[in-house]
Design a protein around this ligand. Structure first.
Ligand code: FES
Length: 367
């Protein structure tokens, strides 16, 4: 009996010493102290070492796109690390091209700030801010797409270009035990600097879409940051505009069209929208209004799964069929596409077949 008690006390004692040593190690080895961070050879910061580069930058209110909450699974958080940051981790490799590796591009969520670090980020990221906005409108556009309109706090503004996106934070809620950010294109006009409008599709099991579709209410406060993205309307060009989208890909295209109306841009524009059945179409009256208000605009919805019962008299088949029918020449035209990977690949091919140069086909691809 005594032997059992002595053994139990010994094991407990050894465990306690081990736990103490681990805590001590964490406090000393893991304590990297204050570290110098230089950005773009221009701005210097003194930061606390030991965290990932992504969260260190967030602490300094510098927001890098990140859709997976720093888990190394989205590949969005790329930053050029010119000094420090340690070796490239195996978790980063699948997201980096040969060229990016040669150019010192890293996933900032995987790269730890342990000693002096020098990085390069696009200057526009200094324009990215965090906002606590109030939900003003939540409206079902289809059975799976919601329109969400949020108002920024009094006195705050967001400056963005038509086509760019923001990130919306899904907070903790029943069934979601981690906070994550997800990217959504802005659908509102760039001139409306106090509000942001989004179109969010429901993805079963999606943390952010479940939050929006099942938990969010008018009057709630949401956390967003932005703007981001190099997909935006070229204001300098005078070319005709070809717009193509499917589903929630409508958002950045709407922002472009609102911008054209706001700025009285006299460029011919055609918007090809792909959907399955008439139930997937929305904002039809709004597009009619735009057809009357814009200089030379046509909305061309194209349905791929119509039956006789639908009584649909518009275009049928895939969007590339409609392009094939209406796009007669490629002269002085540029295209803006937003949709999933497969749709973008098909459309780029269809437009190039029509003679639109690849460098004049801009796209925003989502999963
Ligand atoms: S934040 Fe998603 S990979 Fe870094």
């Amino acid at each position: 009996m005594n032997e059992i008690i002595i053994t139990t006390i010994s094991i407990t004692g050894i465990s306690a010493i081990f736990a103490f040593l681990l805590t001590l190690a964490d406090r000393t080895i893991g304590n990297y102290g204050e570290i110098e961070l230089n950005i773009n050879d221009d701005k210097d910061y003194i930061v606390q070492g030991g965290s990932s580069l992504l969260s260190t930058l967030i602490d300094e209110k510098i927001f890098i796109p990140s859709a997976c909450g720093g888990k190394g699974t989205c590949g969005y958080c790329k930053v050029k690390v010119l000094e420090g940051g340690g070796p490239v981790l195996p978790t980063e490799i699948p997201f980096l091209t040969e060229e990016e590796l040669n150019n010192h591009v890293r996933l900032s969520c995987q790269c730890k700030v342990k000693d002096k670090i020098k990085i390069e980020i696009p200057e526009e990221l200094f324009n990215v801010k965090e906002y606590f906005a109030e939900v003003e409108v939540l409206e079902d556009m289809t059975s799976v797409i919601k329109r969400v309109r949020v108002r920024l706090p009094e006195g705050e503004e967001i400056k963005f270009k038509p086509g760019q996106f923001i990130q919306l934070k899904a907070p903790l809620y029943e069934g979601n035990d981690e906070e994550v950010y997800r990217a959504y294109s802005i659908a509102s006009a760039a001139g409306d600097k106090n509000n942001i409008e989004l179109f969010i599709g429901y993805v079963p099991g999606g943390k952010c879409t479940t939050y929006v579709h099942k938990h969010l209410k008018v009057g709630d406060t949401v956390q967003i940051n932005g703007p981001y993205g190099d997909f935006y309307f070229d204001d300098e060009s005078n070319r005709e505009v070809i717009l193509v989208a499917a589903g929630t890909g409508i958002a950045p295209i709407l922002s472009i069209l609102k911008h054209m109306r706001e700025k009285n841009i006299n460029r011919k524009a055609r918007f090809y929208f792909g959907a399955k059945t008439p139930d997937d179409l929305f904002l039809l009256d709004y597009f009619k209004e735009l057809e009357e208000e814009l200089y030379d605009f046509k909305f061309i919805p194209t349905l791929s799964r119509v039956t006789e019962e639908h009584n649909w008299t518009g275009e049928t088949g895939r969007v590339n069929n409609a392009i094939d029918k209406y796009l007669t020449d490629s002269e002085n035209k540029e295209a803006y596409l937003c949709g999933n990977e497969k749709m973008i690949a098909t459309m780029v091919e269809a437009l190039m077949d029509k003679g639109i140069p690849e460098e004049l086909i801009y796209f925003d691809k989502f999963d």
